[in-house]
Ligand binder design. Structure first.
Ligand SMILES: Cc1cc2nc3c(=O)[nH]c(=O)nc-3n(C[C@H](O)[C@H](O)[C@H](O)COP(=O)(O)OP(=O)(O)OC[C@H]3O[C@@H](n4cnc5c(N)ncnc54)[C@H](O)[C@@H]3O)c2cc1C
Length: 336
């Protein structure tokens, strides 16, 4: 059933007030294909939980809200388990399901908001692990033709917060994602981040398991990031910018405290949070928009901010960082 003039206030984690003229809750593949056929002349957009979208205006075309559920064990083979997961399953629920059954590989991605179907869009990642490490394939509907297509991992063209789908928005709707996860014999912990080691030690977990790594990361995230239920945000608003070694050396000379991570022989990733703080933005609030006090990469809605004012605030930061640091900050969030 199509819901008319549907309010999206509680369907985006920034808490922005907008509405969709026509909103369809997709609970199964068949009804989704039917509605796409009926609405073939309209612009179609899809959302999961709205935890990575900044709405700046009402949605006038057809909005699909993904609710296709189900977690299916396809097979267990050679120390691995293959799971096929509906696009509308909540990502955190999938991680908990896996930890409960002792399936490893996504525990570092615990507590990331959003749906499984949206996770490939920006190749979600945290604490040294990305979705692309365990995803093997996905199914998507081509919006224009209504045809189903299976994408291999290679066809998804994943990169840092990038994928084929992010580059080609509004062409496909992902309906399910298949993962290859480890059974205990193949478990491999990703605890290379100092903060994970430190937290495991603090929790007196000397022989960590995938469950204890999950718990440690949940603890870290709860102390570092604002809970969208309490304060509107979309996590990191900007990407950490990648620059050449040459540019990095020039910047470091001028800013000895600059935080950066080596990527390869030619490239360095700069801390966007450091750049923003260094430009003096940490405590500024404009039109009820500001930065989270514990993490300058997170823009927050202090209550009642509009999508347009959030975008304007972010653009002013972009311009200022460009002017003072000569670095381009790209949005991680999708602006609609
Ligand atoms: C507090 C907080 C912390 C976060 N931490 C992280 C983090 O650590 N790492 C990280 O990578 N991200 C993080 N995020 C961002 C966000 O959680 C992810 O990007 C998540 O995958 C978005 O899921 P969603 O269902 O909310 O997608 P939405 O915000 O609804 O949509 C995001 C984009 O995906 C598209 N999309 C959604 N579903 C589908 C589908 N089924 N088919 C095709 N396109 C689709 C939408 O059209 C849109 O372009 C965080 C966000 C918050 C609020």
């Amino acid at each position: 059933m199509i819901k008319k003039n549907f309010s999206l206030k509680n369907h985006n984690t920034l808490g922005v007030v907008v509405q969709a003229n026509d909103c369809f809750f997709a609970h199964d593949l068949y009804s989704l294909q039917r509605v796409l056929h009926v609405y073939s002349k309209k612009k179609v957009q899809v959302i999961g939980s709205g935890s990575n979208i900044l709405f700046t205006k009402n949605i006038t075309g057809l909005l699909i809200k993904m609710h296709i559920k189900g977690i299916y064990v396809l097979k267990k083979q050679a120390g691995y388990v293959y799971l096929k997961v509906g696009a509308g399953v909540l990502w955190h629920d999938l991680v908990c399901f896996c930890l409960y059954r002792n399936y490893g590989g996504i525990e570092n991605l615990i507590l990331i908001p959003g749906t499984v179907g949206a996770a490939p869009i920006q190749n979600i990642g945290a604490y040294g692990v990305s979705l692309s490490d365990t995803m093997v394939a996905l199914t998507a509907i081509h919006i224009e033709s209504g045809r189903l297509k299976i994408f291999s991992k290679a066809a998804c063209d994943f990169g840092y917060r990038q994928s084929f789908f992010k580059k080609n928005q509004s062409q496909y709707i992902i309906t399910d994602v298949t993962f290859r996860l480890t059974l205990p014999i193949k478990h491999q912990l990703h605890t290379q981040y100092g903060i994970i080691q430190h937290t495991l030690n603090q929790m007196s977990l000397q022989n960590p398991t995938i469950q204890s790594v999950g718990n440690a990361i949940m603890h870290i995230r709860k102390t570092k990031l604002p809970d969208p239920q309490k304060i509107g945000n979309v996590g990191s608003f900007f990407q950490n910018p990648m620059v050449s070694q040459k540019k990095y050396r020039r910047l470091k000379k001028k800013n000895p405290n600059l935080i950066a991570y080596a990527i390869d022989a030619q490239h360095v990733k700069l801390s966007a949070a450091w750049l923003i703080e260094a430009c003096g933005w940490k405590k500024k609030v404009v039109n009820k928009v500001g930065l989270y006090d514990k993490h300058a990469l997170v823009l927050v809605n202090h209550g009642g901010a509009t999508g347009k004012s959030i975008k304007a605030f972010a653009q002013t930061i972009q311009e200022d960082v460009k002017k003072k640091m000569t670095v381009d900050l790209k949005f991680e969030v999708n602006i609609w």
